[in-house]
Ligand binder design. Structure first.
Ligand code: MG
Length: 209
């Protein structure tokens, strides 16, 4: 949210510790896509996971591990985060920082395509899923989220506003169509109760009924 309200919220709730600041700096310097979540979105994830006493979390799209570290910090001892990443180089970067953050015992970064990895998890149960990867398959990710997340758990999707393209964008863009359809389901599927929180690029949150 590039406005005064967003700046105020980020200033109050978006403090970054040294580890996350150096992760962001090295990611920028070494050419990782500059699309990690903002610090106040990290705080939002922590509030949400803490509210439901999450112990087992699934992330789709690790990138440099910024959100994984934020979420892992909200898990109790024995809690586990599984994060799926398609790019081996991103996964290696993320593992390095997860290790530095002292979270290697609770975070596993698995390399692969989410559309292959999600079916391999069928039958497992997660307290929450954070979707922050490619946007075209978001409706399919939503279907998997409903299979994998327990009742009372959370489906969370980053970039729900998609830089404004969800309301101003072109229907011919597949990624925009994917985000729009995901948002529509978060709003209207009777199996969830959802909302978009208008952060930096919007975080969609739904509780599974
Ligand atoms: Mg994102």
């Amino acid at each position: 949210m590039a406005d005064r309200a967003g700046d105020y919220i980020a200033g109050l709730f978006g403090a970054e510790d040294e580890l996350l600041a150096s992760l962001r700096e090295e990611a920028d310097r070494t050419g990782l896509p500059p699309i990690a979540i903002s610090a106040d979105e990290g705080r939002l994830l922590q509030v949400l996971l803490t509210a439901i006493s999450a112990r087992r979390v699934l992330e789709v799209g690790t990138l440099g591990g910024y959100s994984a570290i934020c979420m892992a910090r909200s898990l109790p001892p024995g809690g586990r985060l599984l994060s799926i990443e398609i790019e081996e180089t991103h996964a290696a970067f993320a593992r390095k920082y997860i290790d530095r953050a002292g979270m290697a015992d609770r975070v596993e970064v698995r390399v692969g395509r989410a559309l292959d990895a999600l079916p391999s998890l069928d039958g497992e149960r997660f307290d929450a899923i954070f979707l922050d990867a490619d946007k075209e398959p978001l409706p399919t990710y939503f279907d998997w989220a409903l299979r994998l997340v327990r009742p009372g758990g959370l489906i969370i999707g980053d970039n729900a506003l998609w830089g404004g393209r969800v309301y101003d964008g072109d229907e011919s863009d597949e990624r925009t169509r994917g985000v729009r359809e995901f948002n529509r389901r978060m709003a209207t599927d009777p199996r969830v109760l959802g909302i978009i929180v208008p952060t930096h690029d919007g975080v969609a949150v739904a509780v599974v009924r």
